[in-house]
Design a protein around this ligand. Structure first.
Ligand SMILES: [Zn+2]
Length: 130
């Protein structure tokens, strides 16, 4: 019983760190993209409806914090249009070249476990860039 609670605590520590790193990273991404939705070009500076939307789902750990996989996106495109993925694909190819989809997809398929140190480094890196 003790073991289980320790394990659970360890896990939530990591997910807390992940959430913290994500907050800094996504803030940086929205700033980098000048608060403009990558798929519909709407400018949402100062709006809570502006999010940082993944091209490849955030469920894939290895591309979670890849700057090429995440862009400013309005809530409408990100959530109600499921990422507006057709347009998102074209925009990524425009921005990074034709090979980007294959590259990100292959990267996403590699298993990745974030360590607490890596997450702290991500947090520091992007906090400093804000
Ligand atoms: Zn949009």
């Amino acid at each position: 019983m003790k073991k289980t609670s320790l394990k659970r605590r360890g896990k939530s520590e990591l997910s807390k760190l992940k959430a913290k790193s994500w907050a800094a990273f996504s803030k940086y991404i929205r700033q980098r993209d000048k608060y403009t939705c990558i798929t519909c070009n709407k400018n949402l500076a100062g709006s809570r409806a502006l999010q940082a939307g993944h091209y490849i789902s955030r469920r894939f750990n290895n591309t979670l914090f890849d700057e090429r996989n995440v862009h400013a996106q309005c809530m409408y495109c990100n959530m109600f249009k499921a990422g507006n993925i057709g347009v998102y694909t074209l925009k990524l190819q425009e921005k990074y070249g034709e090979g980007i989809i294959k590259e990100l997809t292959e990267k996403s398929l590699q298993i990745k476990q974030w360590t607490p140190q890596e997450l702290k480094d991500i947090f520091d890196k992007y906090s400093n860039m804000l």
